[in-house]
Design a protein around this ligand. Structure first.
Ligand code: SAH
Length: 248
Protein backbone atom coordinates (compact mmCIF):
# COMPACT_ATOMS: atom_id res chain seq x y z
CA UNK A 1 0.00 0.00 0.00
CA UNK A 2 2.86 2.35 0.81
CA UNK A 3 4.17 2.24 -2.77
CA UNK A 4 0.75 2.92 -4.23
CA UNK A 5 0.40 5.94 -1.98
CA UNK A 6 3.88 7.28 -2.71
CA UNK A 7 3.32 7.08 -6.48
CA UNK A 8 -0.16 8.52 -6.12
CA UNK A 9 1.13 11.54 -4.18
CA UNK A 10 3.66 12.15 -6.95
CA UNK A 11 0.91 11.99 -9.57
CA UNK A 12 -1.18 14.45 -7.60
CA UNK A 13 1.95 16.58 -7.10
CA UNK A 14 1.61 16.75 -3.36
CA UNK A 15 4.39 16.37 -0.81
CA UNK A 16 3.18 14.74 2.40
CA UNK A 17 5.13 15.08 5.65
CA UNK A 18 7.44 12.24 6.75
CA UNK A 19 5.51 9.30 8.15
CA UNK A 20 2.19 10.16 6.48
CA UNK A 21 2.13 7.06 4.28
CA UNK A 22 2.80 4.86 7.33
CA UNK A 23 -0.03 6.57 9.23
CA UNK A 24 -2.39 5.96 6.31
CA UNK A 25 -1.41 2.27 6.28
CA UNK A 26 -2.26 2.08 9.97
CA UNK A 27 -5.58 3.86 9.31
CA UNK A 28 -6.37 1.33 6.54
CA UNK A 29 -5.75 -1.56 8.95
CA UNK A 30 -8.07 -0.04 11.55
CA UNK A 31 -10.72 0.62 8.87
CA UNK A 32 -10.62 -2.87 7.40
CA UNK A 33 -10.67 -4.49 10.84
CA UNK A 34 -13.54 -2.37 12.20
CA UNK A 35 -15.52 -2.84 9.00
CA UNK A 36 -15.98 -6.49 9.99
CA UNK A 37 -18.07 -5.44 12.99
CA UNK A 38 -19.76 -2.27 11.70
CA UNK A 39 -20.58 -0.80 8.32
CA UNK A 40 -17.93 1.79 7.48
CA UNK A 41 -17.18 1.22 3.81
CA UNK A 42 -18.01 -0.99 0.85
CA UNK A 43 -14.37 -0.79 -0.23
CA UNK A 44 -12.28 -3.29 1.74
CA UNK A 45 -9.44 -4.38 -0.54
CA UNK A 46 -6.25 -2.53 0.60
CA UNK A 47 -5.25 -1.34 -2.88
CA UNK A 48 -8.74 0.02 -3.47
CA UNK A 49 -8.77 1.70 -0.05
CA UNK A 50 -5.48 3.38 -0.99
CA UNK A 51 -6.77 4.66 -4.32
CA UNK A 52 -10.52 5.25 -3.89
CA UNK A 53 -10.43 6.54 -0.32
CA UNK A 54 -6.96 7.92 0.42
CA UNK A 55 -5.72 9.26 -2.92
CA UNK A 56 -9.19 10.46 -3.89
CA UNK A 57 -9.41 12.39 -0.60
CA UNK A 58 -5.88 13.74 -1.10
CA UNK A 59 -7.01 15.43 -4.32
CA UNK A 60 -8.43 18.26 -2.17
CA UNK A 61 -4.82 19.25 -1.45
CA UNK A 62 -4.11 19.26 -5.17
CA UNK A 63 -7.27 21.27 -6.04
CA UNK A 64 -6.12 22.73 -9.33
CA UNK A 65 -8.78 25.40 -9.65
CA UNK A 66 -7.61 27.32 -6.61
CA UNK A 67 -8.25 31.04 -6.88
CA UNK A 68 -5.60 33.51 -5.74
CA UNK A 69 -7.19 33.57 -2.27
CA UNK A 70 -6.25 29.91 -1.76
CA UNK A 71 -2.72 30.05 -3.11
CA UNK A 72 0.15 28.03 -1.68
CA UNK A 73 2.79 30.13 -0.04
CA UNK A 74 6.18 29.70 1.53
CA UNK A 75 6.39 26.15 0.14
CA UNK A 76 3.39 25.17 2.27
CA UNK A 77 0.20 23.52 1.01
CA UNK A 78 -2.86 25.73 0.54
CA UNK A 79 -4.53 24.02 3.53
CA UNK A 80 -1.67 24.77 5.96
CA UNK A 81 -3.06 26.20 9.21
CA UNK A 82 -6.65 26.30 7.90
CA UNK A 83 -9.81 25.38 9.82
CA UNK A 84 -11.66 22.72 7.82
CA UNK A 85 -14.99 20.98 8.46
CA UNK A 86 -15.81 17.69 6.75
CA UNK A 87 -19.58 17.28 6.55
CA UNK A 88 -20.92 13.69 6.51
CA UNK A 89 -17.40 12.36 6.95
CA UNK A 90 -18.46 8.70 7.43
CA UNK A 91 -15.24 6.75 8.02
CA UNK A 92 -13.27 10.01 7.71
CA UNK A 93 -13.21 10.89 4.02
CA UNK A 94 -11.82 13.22 2.95
CA UNK A 95 -11.21 14.92 6.36
CA UNK A 96 -8.98 12.42 8.19
CA UNK A 97 -6.77 11.88 5.16
CA UNK A 98 -6.26 15.64 4.81
CA UNK A 99 -5.30 15.91 8.49
CA UNK A 100 -2.69 13.15 8.09
CA UNK A 101 -1.29 14.85 4.97
CA UNK A 102 -1.44 18.38 6.45
CA UNK A 103 -0.97 18.09 10.25
CA UNK A 104 -1.31 21.86 10.79
CA UNK A 105 -4.96 21.62 9.74
CA UNK A 106 -7.54 22.30 12.44
CA UNK A 107 -10.10 19.60 11.61
CA UNK A 108 -13.77 19.27 12.53
CA UNK A 109 -15.63 16.10 11.56
CA UNK A 110 -19.42 15.97 11.47
CA UNK A 111 -21.59 12.89 11.00
CA UNK A 112 -25.13 11.97 11.95
CA UNK A 113 -24.16 8.39 12.80
CA UNK A 114 -22.94 8.15 16.39
CA UNK A 115 -21.09 4.84 16.00
CA UNK A 116 -18.93 6.21 13.21
CA UNK A 117 -18.08 9.33 15.21
CA UNK A 118 -17.06 7.22 18.23
CA UNK A 119 -14.83 5.10 16.01
CA UNK A 120 -13.23 8.21 14.47
CA UNK A 121 -12.36 9.43 17.98
CA UNK A 122 -10.61 6.11 18.63
CA UNK A 123 -8.70 6.38 15.34
CA UNK A 124 -7.50 9.88 16.27
CA UNK A 125 -6.11 8.50 19.52
CA UNK A 126 -4.51 5.47 17.86
CA UNK A 127 -2.83 7.67 15.24
CA UNK A 128 -1.94 10.42 17.77
CA UNK A 129 -3.73 13.10 15.74
CA UNK A 130 -4.07 16.40 17.62
CA UNK A 131 -6.45 19.17 16.68
CA UNK A 132 -9.36 17.01 15.52
CA UNK A 133 -12.87 17.54 16.90
CA UNK A 134 -15.52 14.92 16.15
CA UNK A 135 -19.21 15.86 16.36
CA UNK A 136 -22.20 13.57 16.25
CA UNK A 137 -25.10 15.51 14.80
CA UNK A 138 -26.99 16.57 11.74
CA UNK A 139 -25.06 19.10 9.67
CA UNK A 140 -28.09 21.34 9.12
CA UNK A 141 -28.72 21.55 12.89
CA UNK A 142 -25.10 22.11 14.02
CA UNK A 143 -24.78 24.92 11.45
CA UNK A 144 -27.34 26.94 13.44
CA UNK A 145 -24.98 27.14 16.43
CA UNK A 146 -22.80 30.28 16.55
CA UNK A 147 -19.66 28.20 17.13
CA UNK A 148 -20.00 26.56 13.72
CA UNK A 149 -21.76 29.19 11.65
CA UNK A 150 -19.70 31.18 9.12
CA UNK A 151 -16.60 30.04 11.01
CA UNK A 152 -14.52 27.76 8.77
CA UNK A 153 -11.96 28.47 6.07
CA UNK A 154 -12.99 25.38 4.16
CA UNK A 155 -15.89 22.89 4.13
CA UNK A 156 -15.59 19.59 2.28
CA UNK A 157 -18.09 16.83 1.58
CA UNK A 158 -18.03 13.59 -0.39
CA UNK A 159 -20.93 11.28 -1.26
CA UNK A 160 -23.48 12.86 1.09
CA UNK A 161 -26.27 14.49 -0.97
CA UNK A 162 -27.14 16.00 -4.35
CA UNK A 163 -25.45 19.35 -4.96
CA UNK A 164 -28.36 21.76 -4.22
CA UNK A 165 -29.09 20.09 -0.86
CA UNK A 166 -25.38 19.71 -0.14
CA UNK A 167 -24.87 23.46 -0.51
CA UNK A 168 -27.43 24.08 2.22
CA UNK A 169 -25.71 21.51 4.49
CA UNK A 170 -22.18 22.84 3.94
CA UNK A 171 -22.04 26.51 2.88
CA UNK A 172 -23.40 27.82 6.22
CA UNK A 173 -20.16 26.63 7.90
CA UNK A 174 -17.88 28.66 5.64
CA UNK A 175 -16.68 32.17 6.53
CA UNK A 176 -16.86 34.89 3.87
CA UNK A 177 -13.71 34.50 1.80
CA UNK A 178 -13.59 30.72 2.44
CA UNK A 179 -14.44 27.78 0.20
CA UNK A 180 -16.83 24.84 0.01
CA UNK A 181 -15.48 21.92 -2.00
CA UNK A 182 -17.94 19.24 -3.11
CA UNK A 183 -16.38 15.96 -4.26
CA UNK A 184 -18.48 14.76 -7.16
CA UNK A 185 -18.48 12.52 -10.21
CA UNK A 186 -17.84 13.89 -13.69
CA UNK A 187 -21.54 13.30 -14.39
CA UNK A 188 -22.55 15.95 -11.86
CA UNK A 189 -22.98 18.78 -14.39
CA UNK A 190 -26.79 18.80 -14.31
CA UNK A 191 -26.92 18.52 -10.54
CA UNK A 192 -24.52 21.45 -10.15
CA UNK A 193 -26.46 23.60 -12.65
CA UNK A 194 -29.54 22.89 -10.57
CA UNK A 195 -27.72 24.27 -7.53
CA UNK A 196 -26.94 27.73 -8.93
CA UNK A 197 -29.79 29.31 -7.03
CA UNK A 198 -28.90 27.53 -3.79
CA UNK A 199 -25.32 28.82 -4.05
CA UNK A 200 -26.56 32.38 -4.51
CA UNK A 201 -29.14 32.23 -1.72
CA UNK A 202 -26.50 30.94 0.70
CA UNK A 203 -24.12 33.80 -0.09
CA UNK A 204 -21.78 31.90 -2.38
CA UNK A 205 -20.33 32.09 -5.88
CA UNK A 206 -19.85 29.00 -8.03
CA UNK A 207 -16.23 28.67 -9.15
CA UNK A 208 -16.81 25.58 -11.28
CA UNK A 209 -15.45 22.06 -11.49
CA UNK A 210 -11.90 20.71 -11.53
CA UNK A 211 -11.48 17.19 -12.94
CA UNK A 212 -8.66 14.89 -11.81
CA UNK A 213 -7.74 11.30 -12.53
CA UNK A 214 -7.79 9.24 -9.32
CA UNK A 215 -4.22 7.85 -9.41
CA UNK A 216 -4.13 4.30 -10.69
CA UNK A 217 -7.91 3.85 -10.51
CA UNK A 218 -8.68 4.53 -14.19
CA UNK A 219 -11.43 6.97 -13.27
CA UNK A 220 -11.85 10.73 -13.20
CA UNK A 221 -13.54 12.58 -10.36
CA UNK A 222 -14.48 16.24 -9.93
CA UNK A 223 -14.09 18.87 -7.22
CA UNK A 224 -16.77 21.53 -7.48
CA UNK A 225 -15.61 24.73 -5.82
CA UNK A 226 -17.81 27.42 -4.28
CA UNK A 227 -16.49 30.64 -2.76
CA UNK A 228 -18.39 32.15 0.16
CA UNK A 229 -18.95 35.86 -0.36
CA UNK A 230 -21.28 36.90 2.45
CA UNK A 231 -22.64 35.66 5.80
CA UNK A 232 -25.29 32.94 5.78
CA UNK A 233 -28.77 34.55 5.70
CA UNK A 234 -30.95 34.02 8.75
CA UNK A 235 -33.36 31.11 8.48
CA UNK A 236 -30.82 28.94 6.66
CA UNK A 237 -30.11 26.08 6.70
CA UNK A 238 -33.65 24.75 7.01
CA UNK A 239 -34.72 21.38 8.43
CA UNK A 240 -33.72 18.28 6.45
CA UNK A 241 -37.39 17.66 5.57
CA UNK A 242 -37.60 21.05 3.87
CA UNK A 243 -34.18 20.81 2.22
CA UNK A 244 -35.14 17.47 0.70
CA UNK A 245 -38.66 18.39 -0.32
CA UNK A 246 -37.87 21.80 -1.79
CA UNK A 247 -34.18 22.41 -2.54
CA UNK A 248 -33.39 26.14 -2.79
N1 SAH B 1 -17.81 11.19 3.19
C1 SAH B 1 -17.69 9.75 3.40
C2 SAH B 1 -19.02 9.08 3.79
C3 SAH B 1 -20.10 9.13 2.76
S1 SAH B 1 -21.56 8.27 3.28
C4 SAH B 1 -17.10 9.11 2.16
O1 SAH B 1 -17.03 9.75 1.14
O2 SAH B 1 -16.72 7.92 2.23
C5 SAH B 1 -22.55 9.65 3.85
C6 SAH B 1 -22.31 9.98 5.31
O3 SAH B 1 -22.98 11.20 5.56
C7 SAH B 1 -22.87 8.97 6.27
O4 SAH B 1 -21.88 8.60 7.22
C8 SAH B 1 -24.06 9.68 6.94
O5 SAH B 1 -24.22 9.30 8.29
C9 SAH B 1 -23.67 11.13 6.79
N2 SAH B 1 -24.78 12.10 6.68
C10 SAH B 1 -25.81 12.08 5.80
N3 SAH B 1 -26.60 13.16 5.98
C11 SAH B 1 -26.06 13.89 7.00
C12 SAH B 1 -26.42 15.11 7.66
N4 SAH B 1 -27.50 15.80 7.30
N5 SAH B 1 -25.64 15.56 8.65
C13 SAH B 1 -24.54 14.86 9.03
N6 SAH B 1 -24.15 13.71 8.44
C14 SAH B 1 -24.90 13.22 7.44
Amino acid sequence: MKDILTHGFEELRITPPPGAAEKLCQYAELLIRQNQVMNLTAITEPEQVARLHFLDSAAILAWGARPAGAAEHGGKSWLAGKALVDVGTGAGFPGMVLKILEPSLSLTLVDSLGKRVTWLEEVCKALSLDGVRCFHGRAEELALEPEFRDGFDVATSRAVAAFPALCELCLPYVRPGGYFLAMKSVESGGEVDGGQNAVKRLGGKLLGGWDYPVPGAGITHRIVGVEKLSLTPEGLPRSWGKIKKAPL
